[in-house]
Design a protein around this ligand. Structure first.
Ligand SMILES: NC(=O)c1ccc[n+]([C@@H]2O[C@H](COP(=O)([O-])OP(=O)(O)OC[C@H]3O[C@@H](n4cnc5c(N)ncnc54)[C@H](O)[C@@H]3O)[C@@H](O)[C@H]2O)c1
Length: 287
């Protein structure tokens, strides 16, 4: 297949391009290179045809011969969404729907949209899956949910939109994002020997490895149309945050909501125990 990947120079897009090439697909990328100067570990050129254009300006000519689109470009986090809500809606919602409309008119058959588990928003403590009611609370989550609603209207026998509501990604990419929780914790542990939690240690969140997202994209791009039965796509893999590796110190930021008495410090030395006692945290030795 000829697959167009938007946001192919981003965190998820970069390894996805390599995975698609390995699967034998011809790949074309669209990106405005917002993170041109943020390459981690060498700037390896993927060697694919690239359209340096804002997705808001993609035209029918850009989609000639394209069989499927993996749509990842966008404003990709809550802080940016809160800072620039109008731009976030413009790119993540309006431009996504416009791109899908042009794609459908151009004969593209599959449109895999990188949605987000942020659409679930205020889900509280309940377990949720793809049948749960979305309740987005941030402009980022809202923009993804609005895009899903409108994309669904375009579905028919010739055009099948698929939504992947990925959890927070982690893992290596040449455009690595250290703002993502597990990458951030790992980088801090690697550089300082401490895992720094900016909460009280009781929070949890769904996470997914970046290569598993890549596998899901390839599967969703290749799946025969009769197997695309649920317009919501699959539920995000969920896992609990676990205590850190033995030998690493678990520290807590002095934020307002930190409650050390509800926290656990995993340590291997008398110094760790003293630190736990000082901040009032529970101390455990790794098993
Ligand atoms: N990383 C995660 O944890 C995660 C989780 C769930 C969903 N998602 C979604 O997956 C997608 C990719 O996420 P990411 O982490 O790779 O983000 P990223 O910010 O690393 O990459 C986004 C890419 O899109 C490009 N881009 C942004 N606006 C554009 C525009 N208007 N026109 C053309 N290119 C543009 C940027 O230059 C960048 O290369 C996003 O849609 C994001 O919302 C990401």
């Amino acid at each position: 297949m000829r697959v167009l990947v938007t946001g192919h120079r981003g965190y998820i897009g970069s390894p996805l391009v390599e995975r698609l090439k390995l699967a034998g697909h011809e790949v074309v990328g669209v990106d405005i290179e917002l993170y041109e100067d943020c390459t981690f570990g060498g700037n390896k050129d993927s060697g694919i045809a690239t359209i340096n254009r804002d997705i808001r300006e993609v035209s029918r000519g850009d989609l000639e011969g394209v069989d499927a689109i993996a749509h990842l470009a966008g404003i990709c986090n809550d802080p940016l969404g809160d800072l620039l809500p109008e731009t976030t809606y413009d790119i993540n919602h309006a431009a996504t729907v416009r791109l899908a409309e042009i794609a459908k008119a151009s004969g593209v058959r599959r449109f895999v949209f990188s949605s987000s588990c942020s659409v679930y928003g205020a889900a509280g403590q309940e377990w949720i899956d793809e049948h749960s009611e979305p309740r987005p609370i941030t402009p980022y989550g809202m923009s993804k949910w609005r895009a899903e609603i409108d994309l669904r209207q375009l579905a028919d026998a010739r055009f099948s939109p698929v939504f992947l509501r990925s959890a927070t990604a982690y893992g290596f990419s040449p455009r690595i994002r250290f703002d993502l929780v597990l990458n951030n914790l790992t980088a801090h542990a690697f550089t300082s020997g401490k895992v720094l939690l900016k909460s009280d240690g009781m929070s949890w969140r769904p996470i997914v490895h970046i290569e598993d997202i890549g596998r899901a994209f390839v599967a969703a791009l290749e799946a025969p149309v009769e197997t695309v039965v649920c317009p919501h796509g699959g539920g995000p893999p969920v896992c609990w945050c676990r205590p850190p590796l033995p030998g690493l110190l678990l520290a807590f930021a002095r934020a307002r909501d930190v409650d050390p008495s509800r926290s656990t410090l995993v340590g291997t030395s008398a110094a760790h125990r003293t630190l736990a006692e000082t901040v009032g945290a529970r101390f455990v030795e790794p098993t």
